[in-house]
Design a protein around this ligand. Structure first.
Ligand code: SF4
Ligand code: SF4
Ligand code: SF4
Ligand code: FES
Length: 468
């Protein structure tokens, strides 16, 4: 590889003459978003990887531009960011899918409602219950106080009967049958680090559970004891008192029944201090749970010297309102994917599994988040949405999400297996056709699906390892 020198963002870098700008940037850990680059040849279609030539001011796709000696580029100018934002906006305008289920997006406690319902439908009740407690440590109290935006936003409530998936009855079912359990709680409190939590309201209770789950021996301080604004509910509903009791026992928490200031000498006896007294007492219960957990996560992460990890809700792509036939298609998709699931608990409707399966790792979602693109700013292109899931052997293809980059087609060609997707037309009229007459790839299905940068193509194992 003969060497040359190029300048990127003002820094002189050594590069091989056969390299592309994107390859050099990757080697030096300079972040350039890119979606459509893959194995060998590819069509530059996403236009996310643009960089600016400092001499001509031209924007060039980094994935296609070969380096040349003396080249000077910027990766982060206003023009670059504007064009990347435009490219992303266009991609998302043609895209139809939910990064995050509508029910989960609106939950003020940040409970992954869809995941909880899915676990229940898979009869993984313990796992569903622990997921529930991690966000909502007092599910029955939450059901009493929270007006249930999850059910109001549920896609199934858009059907003519207006009935949603029964998310709140599922919470009640789990709370009644599966108490909170501290996982891996091997050490006794004497051998644990000590956490003092100030404030006994919902935020404090969420902090108690979070700290206990993270291995701390927990003490809560509040002159009113546990409950705060839930007191009124407790007087009317002994079930809430019992729920608090269960959680405190499971967390093995101690109580100091006096108010403690942050500079009280007693605080010196503890390794960490989580002050939830600062969280507004007027805050709705479910939001207070989230903020208590957030505060505890920040303090604990700081004590461990790591970045706090709290799930942020984001959905740059949303399906938005669906027609009744579209919801019927989504229901058929869900049944195709999980034929064994036939009914939900609590006599409710089946969940559609709205959250995209690739939500955690999708590169389009990540790029949209990095560029702070909110769904509301995306002009929807007015074309018919093809929401039907195509199943071909072990491959699942979602045409409404496909951005027609062709990476899967190129990869299948290189691996010399027949592949049922192919291009039709070129330029802006490019479409992908699915040929049902062609056999499904078998040996290479995993490798073909892996190159898809987004949630359009998936390889399901069906219990067998196919690619060996
Ligand atoms: S493919 Fe990516 S952008 Fe599209 S819905 Fe899935 S996670 Fe969101
Ligand atoms: S169908 Fe399921 S995932 Fe979709 S909004 Fe309703 S509960 Fe959430
Ligand atoms: S399915 Fe193929 S063409 Fe569509 S986005 Fe994925 S890799 Fe690209
Ligand atoms: S155009 Fe360069 S990665 Fe897509």
């Amino acid at each position: 590889m003969s060497a040359c020198t190029i300048t990127i963002d003002g820094k002189a870098l050594a590069a091989g003459k056969s390299e592309t700008v994107l390859e050099v940037c990757n080697r030096y850990d300079i972040y350039i978003p890119s979606l459509c680059r893959g194995m060998g040849d590819h069509r530059a279609s996403c236009l996310l990887c643009l960089v600016e030539d400092t001499k001509s001011g031209k924007l060039l796709p980094a994935c296609e531009t070969q380096v040349s000696h003396g080249m000077s580029l910027n990766t982060n100018t206003h023009a670059v960011k504007d064009m990347r934002t435009q490219s992303l906006t266009m991609l998302l305008a043609e895209h139809a899918g939910d990064c995050t289920a509508p029910c989960a997006l609106v939950c003020p406690a940040h409970l992954e409602t869809d995941k909880m319902v899915r676990l229940v439908e898979d009869q993984k009740y313990e796992e569903a219950a622990q997921l529930l407690y991690s966000a909502i440590p007092l599910p029955r109290a939450s059901n009493m106080f929270c007006p249930g935006p999850c059910e109001k936003s549920c896609r199934r409530a858009e059907e003519e009967d207006g009935i949603p998936v029964s998310i709140r009855p599922v919470k009640d079912f789990l709370a009644a049958n599966y108490p909170p359990v501290l996982k891996n709680n091997t050490a006794d409190n004497a051998n644990k680090k000590k956490a003092l939590i100030i404030g006994g309201g919902p935020a404090g209770i969420a902090a108690v559970w979070y700290a206990a789950c993270n291995g701390y021996a927990v003490t809560l301080a509040d002159s009113q004891g546990y409950a705060g604004m839930l007191k009124a509910g407790i007087d009317e509903k002994p079930v809430i008192a019992a729920e608090i009791d269960n959680l405190v026992k499971a967390a093995d928490a101690s109580l100091i029944t006096r108010d403690i200031a942050t500079d009280d000498p007693l605080t010196q006896d503890f390794d960490i201090l989580i002050n939830t007294g600062l969280i507004s007492a007027q805050m709705a219960v479910a939001r207070a749970f989230y903020h208590g957990r957030e505060e505890a996560a920040k303090v604990i992460a700081h004590a461990k010297g790591v970045t706090p990890h709290l799930r942020q809700k984001s959905s740059p792509s949303r399906l938005g309102k669906c027609s009744v036939p579209e919801i019927e298609t989504l229901l058929q998709n869900r049944l195709k994917r999980n034929a064994h699931k036939t009914e939900s608990v609590a006599g409710g409707k089946l969940c559609l599994d709205c959250t995209c399966w690739k939500s955690e790792t999708c590169l389009l979602k990540k790029a949209a988040e990095d560029h702070k693109i909110k769904t509301a700013t995306i002009p929807r292109l007015n074309h018919k949405r093809d929401l039907e899931l195509v199943i071909c052997g072990a491959l699942e293809y979602e045409p409404a999400k496909c951005m027609r980059c062709g990476l899967c087609i190129n990869t299948a060609q290189k691996l010399s297996e027949p592949y049922p997707l192919s291009f039709e037309n070129r330029g802006i009229d490019t479409r992908l056709l699915f040929d049902y007459n062609l056999p499904a790839p078998v040996k290479t299905a995993h490798r073909i699906a892996q190159v898809c940068p987004i949630g359009a193509l998936r390889c399901k194992d069906y219990g067998e390892k196919i690619d060996e």
